[in-house]
Ligand binder design. Structure first.
Ligand code: CTP
Length: 478
């Protein structure tokens, strides 16, 4: 009986149950089947995963149907005849089925010409030795690890190696160059020298890959424990200059009259790592990545003063839209958040100076709204000085800013500010049609509240409006 046999990979009871169903279905159809790829790798690494890949020497779609029927009534199967792949979703599991294949890729296209093959053929064409590990689901050797390329040893060595000549593996699917770097960053592994050299030599081939797949890998790098590892590898591999040239413009230090500025590329990488200690949110990490992206375009040397980057916050904000569009990232709420954080990233630091008025604090609360905490997180991450006492001083100053923000917010409620007197109220009071006067009155009320001239209340705003209106010779009709 299969169920009494031990597996070479650690699995939960539920996972074992699923694997046994697959094994039985494969037995009934008479096709040898194997668990392969990410699930095997992640289980051996002790990482959580529910995505299983199953390869069988035969018809993957037929096996998927047989497994779905064994798992219960109406378990859906999604299949793609052209690719010979199928997917079964059951509870939290996503199980992909494919027939073992020998693939040869056409040079200018990602679309492979698929020819059926053996398990060994299939393992040969996988990207990395750690992803070519298979576990047998056959009766004869159920649960046994099949490891023709010493993937297990590479897991131990924390090494990314290709089963075949690296140039061949990367040329088969150039996205794998990014996958290598993503795994290095995600798992904190090292890319074998020959593989990295092949990436450098083949970097140009990334151009044939769709933006969606590139972005997907890039985001996985951004979500890794220390994204700088992957970002720096992308740079050193020569991939970054192709997929993200704006980042390359930040590389390097220019000297003039004996004065240099900091290397904005490596500073940025540090800021991304810093923020990643505090948040897993992809978009806050993107904000860290782009916070200084406007610097190269605004860089100037001002004699007697040194290097300046005036306006890099606003210029950077505009670039966010362009970069999000190019990367096909969500253009609504997420892009707006990142743009806002980039545009505002200098504001909290300016509030660490002495004698800051409540009005300046109110304006920041108004502009940042509910994203004030995220902005503070970004600003704290932006402190990358090597001087420990300087870092400590900055952080303490930010604590003071936080306290002031809290104090002013508690008394004035500016964060989710809604005008106490609305445009509609103004129009009704003076029988006005929508137009400039209504807008001017609204703005005057807002400015008076932010400046602390009047309280953030209906009564104060109404009285202020009447007074302003008098100067414009407007009389209330009610
Ligand atoms: N694979 C490959 N080349 C690719 C993509 C995938 O050889 N360009 C193979 C690898 O064997 C991989 C398996 O297909 O392990 C499954 O791919 P995928 O689900 O995309 O990745 P995982 O390795 O499972 O990792 P993750 O889930 O983290 O993306």
């Amino acid at each position: 009986m299969i169920s009494s046999k031990p597996l070479d990979i650690p699995c939960s009871l539920q996972e074992r149950k699923v694997l046994e169903k697959i094994a039985l279905a494969a037995h009934d159809l008479g096709v040898p089947a194997y668990l392969i790829g990410g699930f095997v790798r992640d289980k051996l690494l002790g990482r959580r995963t529910k995505d299983m890949d199953v390869v069988c020497v035969g018809d993957g779609i037929a096996l998927a149907h047989q497994v779905a029927a064994a798992l219960g009534d109406n378990v859906p199967v999604a299949f793609f005849k052209t690719y010979g792949t199928a997917q079964v979703k059951w509870h939290e599991f996503e199980i992909e089925f494919v027939g073992a294949r020998k693939e040869s890729y056409r040079r200018e296209s990602r679309n492979p010409e698929v020819v059926a093959g053996t398990l060994q053929d299939d393992q040969n064409r996988r990207d990395f030795t750690i992803n070519a590990l298979a576990v047998s689901l056959r009766d004869a050797d159920y649960g046994t690890l099949i490891d023709p390329f010493e993937g297990l040893a590479d897991l131990d060595l924390k090494m990314i190696r290709t089963p075949l000549e690296p140039a061949q593996t990367f040329s088969d699917d150039p996205l794998r160059m990014m996958r290598a770097i993503r795994f290095a960053s995600q798992l904190q592994f090292t890319i074998a020298d020959n593989a990295f050299k092949a990436i450098q030599e083949n970097a140009e081939r990334i151009r044939i890959i769709t933006q969606e797949r590139i972005t997907d890998e890039f985001n996985k790098i951004m979500l890794s424990p220390k994204p700088s590892v992957g970002l720096d590898l992308l740079y050193k591999a020569g991939l970054l200059k192709i997929i993200f040239p704006q980042m390359i413009d930040m590389v390097g230090v220019e000297m003039y009259e004996g004065k240099g500025h900091k290397d904005n590329f490596y500073h940025t990488l540090q800021v991304v790592d810093n923020i990643s200690v505090h948040t897993h949110d992809l978009w806050l990490r993107w904000a860290a990545l782009l916070h200084d992206i406007g610097k190269p375009a605004t860089k100037k040397f001002e004699p007697g003063h040194g290097w300046t980057f005036h306006g890099h916050d606003a210029v950077g904000g505009k670039m966010v839209t362009r970069i999000f569009t190019k990367f096909k990232l969500p253009l609504h709420d997420k892009m707006k958040l990142v743009r806002k954080l980039v545009e505002l990233h200098l504001r909290p630091i300016s509030l660490t100076k002495e004698n800051i008025t409540d009005s300046a604090i109110r304006r920041l609360l108004f502009d940042a709204g509910d994203d004030i905490e995220s902005l503070m997180l970004l600003c704290e991450a932006d402190i990358t000085s090597k001087n420990k006492s300087k870092v400590k001083r900055y952080l303490e100053n930010f604590e003071l800013v936080r306290a002031r923000l809290k104090e002013v917010e508690e008394s004035d409620r500016i964060r989710n500010w809604q005008p106490p007197v609305t445009g509609e109220m103004i129009m009704e009071t003076f029988a006005l049609k929508p137009g400039r006067i209504v807008g001017d009155l609204k703005n005057a009320i807002r400015e008076a509240i932010l400046d602390g001239e009047i309280a953030n209340t209906y009564e104060a705003a109404y009285a202020f409006m009447l007074e302003k209106a008098k100067a414009l010779e407007l009389t209330p009709v009610k």
